[in-house]
Design a protein around this ligand. Structure first.
Ligand code: NAP
Length: 311
């Protein structure tokens, strides 16, 4: 059990966390990043990124690794750990980790991002890891030449469907409305991809499977316009129905909005606690883009440096 002390502690290692680290280190502040349970954050699960300026096409893993190396080169201390409790009532602030380590800091940037949401049906839990997944880049490989479904109609769902279409024989995109929410360019790619069929106005009632060996064998979907229920045989189900902010440990410590996002002052990354700042998806219910998270991380670092300089 170690006690770490730093000027600025950054919680989270996505684009917001690394960018905040890069900016703060360049300002001469002693900075430490605690990775969270998924080093590099959600983006490491994205196979191909085409909208981060400067990179025509780069994998999420590679982009995040580049950010990490840049931060370390500039002097950021990086620790692979997961914070489970925070105490923002006194300064220095204290964060405690699942490994029993304590981190004390004069200022904090919360950049803990968001996590995938689930359908919350019983059969989804039953077959999680046995044909049900929320990560095509992680698990798509197992479905080479098979049939899979992707649930959802946003950017994540269509990106997953397009990626899976490079591996699977057939991808069924199940969307609860008759219009996709995803960016037009991705929608066009999905609708023009011969391997992808869309089940419009449809919700998943049940994921079907067998016990020995345990695996998914199909889905039962209901058309919400006609109420017709049908079973579709397939091998895997990828759930991509949105994200929720990773703010459970901040309940009671920071002001959150009704959906759990951290509330910051207008045009600032300052939370309701002086010296605690927030950046990236954890405070962004709307844009949720890597480039915006990175910009938000830069803002938070500038706010935190100003706060520390003014002390
Ligand atoms: P999202 O944009 O909120 O889309 C969630 C999708 O899931 C919506 O189509 C929604 O349907 C559907 N949905 C939600 N709950 C459902 C349920 N219980 N059952 C069935 N369907 C359900 O979330 P996201 O796709 O995860 O994207 C999150 C953010 O990341 C967005 O801002 C997105 O732009 C961004 N992102 C960007 C990229 C990129 O730029 N390439 C890639 C991935 C993600 P409705 O449409 O009916 O609401």
């Amino acid at each position: 059990m170690a006690l770490y002390t730093t000027d600025l502690l950054i919680l989270g290692s996505g684009p917001a966390g690394y960018t905040a680290g890069i900016y703060a280190a360049r300002a001469g502040i002693k900075v430490m990043i605690v990775s969270g349970n998924q080093e590099g954050g959600q983006l490491t699960m994205t196979a191909s990124i085409e909208n981060f300026p400067g990179f025509e096409d780069i994998s999420g893993y590679e982009l995040m690794d580049k950010m990490k190396q840049q931060a370390i080169k500039l002097g950021v201390e990086f620790v692979n750990d997961y914070i489970v409790e925070v105490d923002f009532s006194n300064r220095p602030f204290v964060c405690s980790s699942e490994n029993g380590h304590s981190y004390k800091a004069r200022a904090i940037i919360v950049a803990t991002g968001s996590s995938a949401k689930w359908l919350n049906i019983e059969s989804e839990k039953k077959y999680l890891g046995y044909g049900v997944s929320a990560c095509a880049t992680c698990d798509g490989f197992f479905y080479r030449g098979r049939t899979v479904a992707v649930i959802g109609g946003g950017n994540s769902a269509v990106a997953e469907a397009l990626y899976l279409a490079t591996l699977a024989d057939k991808v069924i995109l199940v969307h609860r409305r008759n219009q996709l929410r995803a960016d037009k360019i991705l929608q066009d790619r999905v609708l023009n991809n011969k391997k992808i069929v869309v089940e419009w106005n449809s919700v998943v009632e049940e994921i079907l499977g067998q016990d020995e060996p345990k695996k998914v064998t199909g889905i039962k979907i209901k058309n919400v316009e006609t109420d017709v229920v049908k079973e579709v045989a397939l091998d895997g189900v990828f759930v991509a129905v949105g994200h929720k902010p990773n703010t459970d440990i901040f309940k009671g410590n920071l002001v959150l909005d009704s959906k759990g996002y951290i509330v910051t002052h207008e045009n600032s990354s300052q939370t309701d606690v002086d010296g605690v700042f927030a950046a990236g998806d954890v405070k962004d219910p709307k844009y949720k883009q890597a480039v915006i998270s990175a910009g938000s991380g830069a803002m938070a670092a500038m706010d935190a440096v100003e706060f520390l300089d003014n002390e």
